[in-house]
Structure formats: structure tokens, C-alpha cells
Design a protein around this ligand. Structure first.
Ligand code: SF4
Length: 554
């Protein structure tokens, strides 16, 4: 069915890295044998984007989903030339061009001068600001679908709309490969309904699929505006009680009334939010009817009350919300770790899956893992006064071995970060995540400061510390998830203990992958938690050999 002789032509580079060709053949073989989902675990440096795009050429229409917008941009920069791939981001990414095209009199001269100088994005464009809408006729020629504008000629290079956002939507709909991040994809498929199924769905960073879905389906409902329709949220212990309460108060009808109110007030954002809320509540009611388990958390406020409703599992949602948008699905990540846990969480049947684990190409000598045990670090904050000073000494020892190097310390919680930032003898070298308005800003300072060390309670993903941005990394503590303040996670873990181990392995492996980003790159990893070796045994095959083989016994 798939012509293998096209692999070379379809692959976006002239040469293959180790394992890439074999991986492409595995994917094609698996699809050909009838598997609907192929799962590829590909460590950093495997070139998984090239693999995905090579496979995409065997299909006529493709979605390529990433979690992070930065990866989306990277793919366009590296492979966007062909014109086959079109990326679509949120409105805020595109500039509103209305002010350049029309003589706007309804905006004050000062505002207009500022807008022309600084620009304004399509989320805050003229249509939103002045007409409380998401689009305006003057940005569409009369012949465009749904358009009725006065434009007779579109600006150069535009085919559908003079609005850069709608032009990009149009291009993405018609593109061979539509590249989106997860939140855009869920919005476009479930809120705007502009996009339908395609032949192939590629999901990059697939280990994030479950939390992304969980976030999209979960509900945060407050009674701030509902109170005017007589609804005051009460405190109940179970989601079933809220289900009954919603039926008794006919809450969906009240939310539809709030949508009408928002329309009357020309509040576009409010309309969207209530529309989304009504959809989510219908999903919740449907889940209750099917006896699916959810968690309810109530919070009493000064002026209004809030209830959060979250499903314990999302396995009944992964197909209708995501996987059904591809006849076939290719899921890739550096950290699948356990196909059973991963597929169980998404409700993917074993018979539908073929999985392949790629090897790490980077030399072990470039990425040694040293255990510098500070002993048992268990017992949480209560026990921290006992083990905290030991950990601090060990961290200071390691930093002293790297007097001029940049590095990163993964603390995995704020208590340890506070301890180090407050008491380390090397604290003058620290950059604390909390002291910067954005990760980008922190990285800029880090790159300009010799010997600086990032102290990161929660930066185990999405950080590319290439070259001398990091020559050493410290893992203070095994990153066990804290479920004491999270009822959904607590219940999830109670029902699936293997998932708890998987979560810890996931954070650990992701953290360890931050500092060695290419074949020539190198960095030492130091683990301070005395429970590390036991954890490797407990996690078993979840921990890939690229980590196990790099552990040095000193
Ligand atoms: S539709 Fe027109 S006015 Fe609205 S954001 Fe786009 S360019 Fe600006």
C-alpha cells in the first residue's frame, strides 16, 4: 500500500540519522498491517519532527499537533518552505491590519498614533474594540464565504480575507498539513467547528495529551452572574449532588440566558465563555448519566462561590475530542515510558497499537548521571528540617565543582527552591524562576551571565539548555506528584498506582533531558535523592536504557 521507494524522496533531509529510516519503515509497516495508532518514543536528538513530516507525505491530508507554540514555530522555521505545512495559532498572534487600510475616525488621534506605532493583535483588533465582534465586513471581500465587505481587491498575497488571522485559518483549512498547538486544535474543532477529520493525525509531545484533555474538559463554574437568575452555588461533596442541583435549577437554560445578556451588552468574550461553559456542562451531565467518575471541589468566596468539576479519567474523551480527527494516528514523545499506562489513560485498545522505542544517539560519556545521595528525602515539608541541611550541603558541594559553568537545579517543589535561594553559599549565582515575568526573560539573563544557575521548581519541560547554557544539572529530589491538594489526582492515583510511578518517571526523564541537546553537547547530571536507585528498580522498564546506562557508580 505504501510505496517504500518514496521514503528517501519524502524525508525532509538528504541523510537519515541513526534509526530514522528504520522508524519510518516501522510506522508504514504498522499502518499497513492495520494498526490505527503508532507510538514512537524518540529521545532528544532523534529528529522526530523529520520522521513525522516524512510520514505525512504518504497521506493526502494531515494534522500535526504540538503542545508548545515554540515547537510549532520551530517546525515552520525548519520545514515550512515547501508550502505544504501551514501553522495556525490563536488570534493574538496575528496583527490587525484594519487601521492601516481604513481611515479610522472613531478612535482618538492619540490612540490611533499609539496603535499605528505599537500595532495591535487580532484579539484586540478594531472589530473587538469598536464593534465588539470577532470580524468585520470591511475585512472580507463580497465574494468570500460569509463575507460581505467592500473590498474589491485583497492586499497582496491574501486570497480570502484582509485579516491576517482569517487568512491563516483559510490557508490552514486548505493546507496538506495543518500545524496547530493543542489548545488551538481543540478550539477550532470543538468551538468553531471549522476543521474536520483528516487522513493522518500526528501528535507530538503525546505524553501531554491526557493533561491537555483533562484541562479542556474540566469546568470552573462561579455564580457571579448566575445569582441574578437565582442560582447560588451550594457546597456539596459529590459531583452527583451538583448534577441534581443543575437539573433542579435548570442551569443550562440560565447560562443560555447569560449568553443572550452578553449579546445585548456586545460582550463577545462573555458570549464565548458562556457558550463553552454550556458545552462543558452538557458533557458533564452526559458523563454523569453514563456513571463516569468526576471530582467536585467547592470554594466559598466573598462575593461569589466557585465549583470545579474534573473527570477522574479522560479515556472516554480521547477519541471524540482528538483521535477521531485522524483515520490513522502517529503519536511521538521522548517520554512515553510505558505503553500500557499511556494507552490506558487514553482508552486506546492494545489491538490498535504498535509501539517503537528509539535509542539515544548521544554518547553516554557526554551525559553521565552521578548519584550524590543526601540520604532519604521522604516525608514532605514536615521532615524537611531533618534532610534539608544535608541536601543543601550536597548541592553546594556540586556547585563548587563547577565554578564557571552555567547549570540548572531542578528542585521540583518551592520549599526546596526557597531553601537553596535563601541559604546556599552560591546563591549569588542563582536565577530563580519566580523572579522573572517569563521563561524567555530568564533565559536571556541566563545566557548573558557567566556561571549563572537556574533554580527551577517546575521547568522539567520546554527548556532547551543547549551548549554552555548548562554543563551540569542537579535533580534534588525524585519528582513525586503532590496530590494532597488535588482531589482529582489523588483519586486517579488511588485507582491506578502504576500511573503515580509513571508520572514521577516522566518528570524525572524530562528533567534529565534538558541539558544535553545534541550529539556534541555534554553535561553532568547529579541526583541527590537517596531513593533514586530503588526508584529505578520500581519503575522497571519505564526508565529507558539511555538513562539507566548513564548512571555512574562512584
Ligand atoms: S477582522 Fe479586521 S478588524 Fe478584526 S482583527 Fe481582523 S483585521 Fe482587525
Amino acid at each position: 500500500m505504501f510505496d517504500r521507494s518514496l521514503i528517501d524522496e519524502f524525508f525532509p533531509f538528504d541523510e537519515f540519522r541513526d534509526g530514522q529510516r528504520g522508524c519510518l519503515e516501522f510506522i508504514l509497516d504498522s499502518f499497513e498491517s492495520g494498526k490505527r495508532c503508532v507510538i514512537i518514543e524518540a529521545p532528544t536528538g532523534s529528529g522526530k519532527s523529520a520522521i513525522g513530516l516524512g510520514i505525512s507525505r504518504f497521506f493526502n491530508s494531515v494534522y500535526y499537533l504540538t503542545i508548545q507554540k515554540v515547537l510549532q514555530s520551530q517546525i515552520i522555521n525548519d520545514f515550512g518552505d515547501s508550502g505544504r505545512i501551514v501553522d495556525l495559532k490563536g488570534r493574538a498572534t496575528y496583527p490587525c491590519t484594519f487601521y492601516d487600510r481604513y481611515d479610522v475616525k472613531s478612535v482618538s488621534p492619540a490612540d490611533l498614533a499609539r496603535i499605528k506605532d505599537e500595532g495591535v493583535d487580532c484579539n484586540h483588533g478594531f472589530c473587538r474594540k469598536k464593534q465588539k465582534r470577532y470580524k468585520i465586513p470591511q475585512c472580507f471581500p463580497s465574494w468570500a464565504a460569509g463575507g460581505f465587505g467592500s473590498l474589491s481587491t485583497l492586499p497582496k498575497g491574501m486570497e480570502y480575507s484582509a485579516c491576517p488571522y482569517y487568512e491563516q485559518v483559510f490557508k490552514a483549512i486548505n493546507a496538506h498539513t495543518c500545524l496547530m498547538n493543542f489548545s488551538s486544535f481543540l478550539y477550532q474543532t470543538h468551538m468553531s467547528h471549522r476543521f474536520g477529520p483528516r487522513e493522518l493525525l500526528i501528535i507530538d509531545e503525546a505524553h501531554q495529551l491526557e493533561p491537555q484533555l483533562l484541562n479542556f474538559i474540566s469546568i470552573t463554574l462561579n455564580d457571579k452572574r448566575l445569582q441574578r437568575y437565582g442560582i447560588k452555588l451550594e457546597e456539596y461533596q459529590t459531583p452527583e449532588e451538583y448534577w441534581i442541583f443543575f437539573q433542579e435549577t435548570d442551569i443550562i437554560t440560565k447560562i443560555l440566558m447569560l449568553i443572550e445578556d452578553a449579546k445585548d451588552m456586545e460582550d463577545v468574550k462573555g458570549q464565548d465563555e458562556y457558550l463553552s461553559l454550556a458545552k462543558k456542562l452538557r458533557t458533564f451531565i452526559h458523563c454523569m448519566e453514563r456513571e463516569e467518575e468526576w471530582i467536585a471541589e467547592y470554594e466559598k468566596g466573598k462575593d461569589y462561590n466557585t465549583v470545579k468539576l474534573k473527570p477522574v479519567f479522560v479515556h472516554t474523551k480521547s477519541y471524540p475530542y482528538v483521535l477521531d480527527y485522524g483515520n490513522r494516528c502517529l503519536m511521538m514523545s521522548a517520554t512515553i515510558l510505558d505503553v500500557g499506562v499511556f494507552c490506558g489513560s487514553l482508552g486506546i485498545a492494545k489491538s490498535d497499537i504498535a509501539a517503537f522505542r528509539m535509542k539515544n544517539r548521544f554518547p553516554i560519556s557526554n551525559r553521565p548521571i552521578y548519584i550524590r545521595s543526601a540520604g532519604n528525602l521522604a516525608g514532605g515539608k514536615k521532615k524537611m528540617p531533618e534532610w534539608g541541611p544535608r541536601l543543601l550541603d550536597k548541592v553546594d558541594e556540586v556547585i563548587a565543582e563547577h565554578p564557571d559553568d552555567r547549570g540548572i537545579i531542578h528542585t521540583h517543589n518551592f520549599a526546596i527552591a526557597d531553601l537553596l535561594v535563601g541559604k546556599s553559599v552560591h546563591r549569588d549565582r542563582f536565577l530563580f524562576q519566580n523572579n522573572f515575568s517569563s521563561k524567555e526573560q530568564m533565559l536571556k539573563v541566563h545566557g548573558m551571565t557567566p556561571g549563572s544557575i537556574i533554580v527551577a521548581p517546575a521547568m522539567h519541560e520546554g527548556l532547551d539548555l543547549i551548549g554552555d547554557l548548562s554543563r551540569f544539572q542537579i535533580i534534588c529530589k525524585l519528582p513525586w506528584a503532590n496530590f494532597f491538594d488535588d482531589k482529582q489526582l489523588a483519586r486517579r492515583v488511588e485507582l491506578d498506582t502504576r500511573f503515580y510511578v509513571w508520572l514521577c518517571a516522566l518528570k524525572l526523564c524530562q528533567s534529565m533531558g534538558r541539558s544535553v541537546r545534541s550529539e556534541d553537547d555534554y553535561a553532568n547530571t547529579y541526583v541527590m535523592d537517596g531513593g533514586f536507585m530503588n526508584f529505578l528498580n520500581r519503575a522497571g522498564s519505564m526508565i529507558p536504557s539511555w538513562i539507566r546506562d548513564a548512571v555512574q557508580v562512584e
